[in-house]
Ligand binder design. Structure first.
Ligand code: PLP
Length: 342
């Protein structure tokens, strides 16, 4: 038995989800004729309280479309520390949109005043700051959440300065469940939002970019230009619709499993597990993180590395809470073995 805690992206479609995919009504989405995709886009737009949504292949594509549609070459985008497009999107913002990033605050989130402190003056020699982006939940920060009050205050400050605001909500579903606030409330003051169906929700593929009609029309054009126009996407949209319907509320179980893992590791030596706010547990280790990961793998547990001395464990649909004590045990053993080898 292998426990895979590397990410919530490793989930496999359930039998019911596969059934929904098999039975999906489909058409050619490049002609705008896939009824299931159109239904998903409508559903997501309503859920997020925006005018329109576009189904795309990945969270990366959704974020990159948000940047490309709301900036010009040479512009600057303000983001929090550890933002996904800085670390994990293959330099797409530089290659596709020609923008630079300015990091604001520490620990992933930032305050409205940090925008004032970082926005560049309107001068011919300054980059034009045109967009801010906020990640909720924040991946590298260990699934941290920001309340609707705080998140919207940031977006509103940006908009008052004439900037656009993008919300990277790859795990907005987790934030909504953890905070007890709706997705539309968390997204209220943002111009665009990206959401993923292929993480905690358990769909095999797919994300969406959501926003006003004008920006989504332009994203539609760019999606085709980038080779992201797909045909009978209804089989994928059906999985996403199934996930929205059946897998959203249960995210609370992943959050509880994360807390259980962290508390079971409290007494272990050579590590410090952060108290998680959602399904991502960051664990600081005294030994080399790669070594701990290799030793855990030998014992049947897969975890990720997010720094030289940091490990990441992510709870998800395919990890039963009954397995969590065994996962904690293996991790503690691996850390102990790695420490002895120091
Ligand atoms: C916060 C955040 N944004 C965007 C993405 C990108 O999603 P994808 O892997 O579908 O490109 C991820 C992926 O883990 C993420 O954690």
């Amino acid at each position: 038995m292998i426990f895979d805690l590397r990410s919530d992206t490793v989930t496999k479609p359930t039998l019911e989800m596969r059934r929904a995919m098999a039975e999906a009504e489909v058409g050619d989405d490049v002609y705008g004729e896939d009824p299931t995709t159109l239904a998903l886009q409508e559903r997501v737009a309503v859920l997020l309280g925006k005018e329109a949504a576009l189904f795309v292949s990945s969270g990366t594509m959704a974020n990159q479309l948000a940047i490309a549609t709301q900036t010009r070459r040479g512009d600057e985008v303000i983001v929090g520390e550890g933002a996904h497009p800085i670390w994990y999107e293959s330099g797409g913002a530089a290659a596709l949109s020609g923008v630079q990033f300015q990091v604001a605050g520490t620990g992933g989130f930032y305050e409205p005043e940090d925008i004032d402190a970082n926005v560049k003056p309107r001068a011919y020699y300054s980059p034009r700051t045109s967009l801010i982006a906020l990640e909720n939940t924040h991946n590298r920060a260990g699934g941290r959440v920001l309340s609707a009050l705080k998140a919207n205050a940031i977006a509103e400050r940006a908009r008052s300065l004439g900037l656009r605001a993008h919300l990277d909500g790859a795990r907005l579903w987790n934030a909504a469940v953890a905070l007890g606030e709706s997705e539309s409330e968390l997204a209220r003051s943002f111009d665009t939002v990206s959401v993923c169906f292929s993480k905690g929700l358990g769909a095999p593929i797919g994300s969406a970019l959501v926003g006003d009609r004008v920006v989504i029309e332009e994203a539609h054009r760019l999606r085709k230009m980038w080779g992201g126009g797909m045909r009978q996407t209804g089989v994928l949209a059906a999985a996403a619709l199934h996930a929205l319907e059946h897998h959203r509320k249960r995210l609370a179980e992943d959050h509880a499993a994360g807390k259980m893992l962290s508390s079971l590791l409290k007494s272990a030596k050579g590590l410090k597990a952060r108290d998680p706010e959602t399904n991502i547990v960051n664990i600081d280790v005294e030994a080399d993180a790669d070594k701990v990961v290799a030793l855990a793998k030998d014992r049947g547990l897969l975890v990720g590395v997010s720094g030289p001395r940091r490990i990441r464990a992510v709870l998800h649909l395919d990890i039963a809470k009954e397995s969590v004590p065994r996962c904690a045990e293996i991790l503690a053993e691996a850390v102990s073995a790695a420490s002895k080898a120091l």
